[in-house]
Design a protein around this ligand. Structure first.
Ligand code: SF4
Ligand code: SF4
Length: 395
């Protein structure tokens, strides 16, 4: 196992993401025997970091993780959990909710704890004095119930910069979606740079983009097989990330034993990508995208009568066009209604100003439609609101 040094702590570079365990078809519940087997295999080969979250698997991931880890001494592994500020039904007893997670995980402290899913919409909740999340979490840290504090992030670079500046010195690490596709598609490159400039560690989620980079098209896979015939597509995605020095933790959501075995082989020793392999990955990334080539020069913005942040909206478009998920639409949820794509009146000023010749009104019209028909965070959050109220005794 290759390890990283994070503020004097030896972390396995591969962490076990616990969001996607296999379900037992007979019971419809988590296949606990398989989870135990995967954890045992991972631990025997040096993995020492396990990442769960309050809402994962309908609240059952925490319970399953505790079950699989209970035979190991508590100080032999690092346990990470997350505070679901993005899913709250309103201001709640934050400490009571934190204690629900402690109880489910059968522990009295978390080694690593994250504010879950900060984005342009949820940031208002995390910052809110009424919700009182950050002061309560800091108090738990003072009490030793949280050893290292970070946050997971799904927004754009501007928000990341703003949040880190506002809470300078409070966090030690930031978890972002990063892989060789999102390096450019979600501008993970800039986010990596911002986190590094702030002296914090980068944690990576979705290293294979929800599995999409683990199972490439036959044509793209063949390009990689030409270098290493026996290597999996996923191994290239992981080796790409291993080459970025400030990535301290790479979380892989493993749900089958063969994935654990394959990942352990990839993380056994550091094997940097060759220049030719890197070029092939960049070529594959380009082939997967249908991006509008906005350079963010902002020449179009000054003359927009509606005051739209056009490059921001195009960034949302590129992400949504690739995969219409709630984490993509949520960045638009965070805008005032008169700044969303449907506010564009189609005057065409922006297209005349654009050196890239982008037909901005057409892009925004399509984005308005994608957004209107796409998944909505507020809708998805409702079952989570109910779960939180239930866990807090309907307080
Ligand atoms: S076409 Fe839309 S985005 Fe472009 S300047 Fe006019 S209102 Fe703004
Ligand atoms: S002028 Fe064109 S390239 Fe520049 S920010 Fe606007 S849309 Fe993007």
């Amino acid at each position: 196992m290759i390890y990283s040094d994070f503020n004097g702590i030896k972390l396995s570079r591969l962490g076990f993401g616990c969001m996607r365990f296999a379900m037992d078809p007979a019971t419809g519940k988590i296949d606990q025997a398989k989870v135990n087997e995967m954890f045992d295999l991972a631990i025997a080969n040096g993995v020492n970091y396990f990442d769960t979250a309050y809402p994962y698997l309908g609240g059952n991931s925490e319970i399953s993780v505790a079950e699989a880890l209970k035979k190991y001494p508590r100080d032999s592994y690092y346990l990470a959990d997350k505070f679901p500020g993005h899913s709250l039904p309103g201001p709640v007893d934050n400490v009571a909710l934190f204690n629900v997670s402690l109880r489910k995980c059968e522990t009295d402290y978390f080694d690593f704890y994250l504010l879950h899913n900060i984005n342009e919409w949820s940031v208002k909740i995390y910052e809110s004095e009424e919700y009182h999340i950050i002061p309560d979490i800091l108090k738990l840290k003072e009490e030793g119930k949280i050893r290292h504090l970070g946050f997971s992030f799904h927004g754009g670079p501007e928000l990341l910069e703003y949040f880190l500046n506002k809470y300078e010195g409070m966090f030690e690490f930031v978890q972002i979606q990063c892989n060789y596709l999102d390096w450019t598609l979600q501008n993970a490159k800039r986010k990596y740079e911002i986190i590094t400039e702030h002296g914090l560690g980068v944690w990576v989620m979705e290293p294979c983009r929800g599995g999409k980079l683990a199972v490439l098209s036959e044509e793209n896979s063949a390009k990689l097989k030409a270098f290493r015939p026996d290597a999996s597509d996923a191994s290239f995605a992981f080796r790409y990330l291993q080459g970025l020095d400030n990535i301290k933790m790479i979380l892989s959501g493993m749900n089958e034993v063969f994935q654990v075995e394959d990942n352990l082989a990839t993380f056994k020793e550091y094997a940097p990508l060759t220049e030719a392999e890197l070029a092939a990955l960049n070529e594959i990334a380009e082939s997967l995208k249908q991006s509008v080539p906005c350079t963010k020069c902002r020449y179009c913005c000054a003359g927009c009568p509606m005051g739209l942040d056009i490059p921001y909206l195009i960034e949302c478009y590129n992400d949504l066009k690739y995969a219409a998920t709630a984490t993509a639409t949520v960045r638009i949820d965070g805008l005032d209604e008169d700044k969303r794509p449907a506010a564009c009146i189609g005057c065409g000023q922006c297209s005349h100003a654009c050196p890239q010749g982008i037909d901005v009104p057409a892009v925004l019209a399509e984005l308005a439609e994608l957004y209107a028909n796409g998944p909505k965070w507020s809708v998805e959050a409702k079952p989570r609101h109910e779960a939180i109220l239930k866990d807090l005794g309907n307080k």
